[in-house]
Design a protein around this ligand. Structure first.
Ligand SMILES: Nc1ncnc2c1ncn2[C@@H]1O[C@H](COP(=O)(O)OP(=O)(O)OP(=O)(O)O)[C@@H](O)[C@H]1O
Ligand SMILES: [Mg+2]
Length: 404
């Protein structure tokens, strides 16, 4: 295939539609058009392979079919090549249904009746978009920061350890695209009642967040600047209250405002999530660019992971959720148990953090990140790898530290 040729695939059981697309693209010699007389759902595993090979995939779908939506979501989430998905569907679908398709990963939703000329125009438009996006090495300047949420499948599995050490490594690990400036990173402890970020990092107890919740005020930048503690490595931390308070005293719009302000100020905002699924976790899901679900591989944790993934996805269908296995080094070969667990969760076990109680304990007792007490340990390296993954997925074009 030469560099200018483009691959377009039509997935539809309808002969009429595949013929229409063929006619729409007949004058484009650079386009290799293929056809799968199938539905998205029945393609199953093959769909992923097709998504990697094609620039544009047009498919017919019924937005009422949950299996179609699930198949699209899995496909759009799983592939990495900016494949464009164009859904062809009934002309009378509701706005909510169209949005559902968009959220699941469809770049465009068109009615079955779309004319050949319009189909041609849309396909050309999306090919152009795809190649323009790929030609940009990094996102545009002044981009908003990325929000990475960290949650857990059971208490004590290590989500605070992950949030703290990921934030720490994001500061010190240089981005592939900009090696000069440090990343500006905020760590927010939204484990409102039981947050331990403050003690993990030896931060003096303070109750600014509690006061905000009690007063029912909306946070602004000044409030956050006064409430955040700046550590010697440059990490800014918003600790959870040290006193107990009812969890629902904090309100949705306050959480939303905290995140929106921090997103504008920092390159990365790491959120240690509460265990309780209160209504104000909604704004976190809506804004998060990625969620790490920290777990072990025990059966109860995997079951809980399944329930949580479903719950989180309801809050934001497009939210990428990655499983992070704590207390286990990556095995050379996955055991049958691991394979079955990964299958049940419909995702790979991508991240593994080894068990190292001595170093983990030392870091907590010193009130420092693991990199400060044992930079060469496997534990420290595992967090560095995790941070690199975030930096690769979300490169920073111009650091906020350079702008401010
Ligand atoms: N990979 C690891 N190896 C050894 N010990 C670890 C590891 N990860 C975390 N720990 C230890 O496990 C304990 C619980 O960790 P952490 O507080 O991060 O869990 P959590 O999921 O946030 O708990 P909580 O439910 O209380 O919020 C801590 O003492 C921590 O040092
Ligand atoms: Mg915790």
């Amino acid at each position: 295939m030469d560099n200018n040729s483009r691959n377009v695939l039509v997935i539809t059981p309808s002969e009429e539609i595949s013929k229409r697309v063929e006619a729409a693209l007949s004058s484009h010699n650079e386009i290799n058009l293929e056809n799968e007389a199938n539905t998205l759902t029945t393609l199953n595993g093959k769909a992923m392979e097709l998504a990697c090979k094609n620039d544009v995939i047009l498919f017919t779908t019924d937005p009422k079919s949950e299996t179609d939506i699930d198949a699209l979501r899995a496909l759009a989430k799983g592939h990495k090549d900016n494949t464009v998905f164009i859904a062809l569907t009934r002309g009378d679908i509701s706005l909510a249904e169209a949005r559902e398709l968009n959220k699941a990963g469809a770049n465009e939703v068109l009615p079955y009746q779309t004319s050949e000329a319009e189909l041609n125009q849309q396909i050309q438009h999306w090919i152009k978009e795809k190649y323009n996006a790929n030609s940009q090495v990094a996102p545009s300047e002044g981009q908003s920061g990325k929000i990475i949420a960290v949650s857990q499948t059971r208490g004590g599995v290590g989500s605070t350890t992950v949030a703290v050490n990921l934030a720490d490594q994001l500061i010190s690990t240089k981005s592939r695209f900009n090696k000069k400036a440090k990343n500006k990173v905020a760590l927010v402890d939204l484990d409102f009642q039981f947050g331990t970020v403050g003690s993990f990092l030896d931060i003096k107890e303070q109750d600014n967040m509690l006061q905000l919740a009690v007063d029912g005020r909306m946070p602004d930048l000044t409030f956050l600047k006064q409430s955040m503690v700046s550590l010697p490595n440059g990490l800014s931390v918003l600790p959870a209250p040290s006193k107990f308070a009812p969890i629902n005293i904090l309100k949705k719009d306050q959480v939303a405002a905290i995140l929106d302000i921090l997103k504008a100020e920092y390159d990365y905002v790491i959120v240690d999530m509460p265990r309780a699924l209160v209504d104000w976790v909604g704004p976190i899901f809506e804004r998060a660019d990625k969620l790490y679900l920290v777990s072990d591989t025990s059966v109860p944790s995997i079951r809980q992971a399944r329930r949580l993934i479903d719950f989180f996805s309801e809050g934001n269908l497009a939210l990428p959720i990655e499983l992070l296995i704590n207390h286990e080094s990556k095995p050379f070969f996955l055991s049958q148990h691991h394979k079955e667990a990964a299958k049940a969760l419909e995702r790979d076990f991508k991240h593994w953090i080894p068990d190292d109680p001595i170093i983990a304990r030392k870091a907590v007792d010193c009130g420092k990140p693991i990199s400060a007490v044992s930079p060469r340990s496997k534990l420290s390296k595992a967090f560095k790898t995790l941070a690199k993954d975030v930096l690769t997925a979300f490169p920073v074009a111009q650091h906020k530290s350079e702008i401010n």
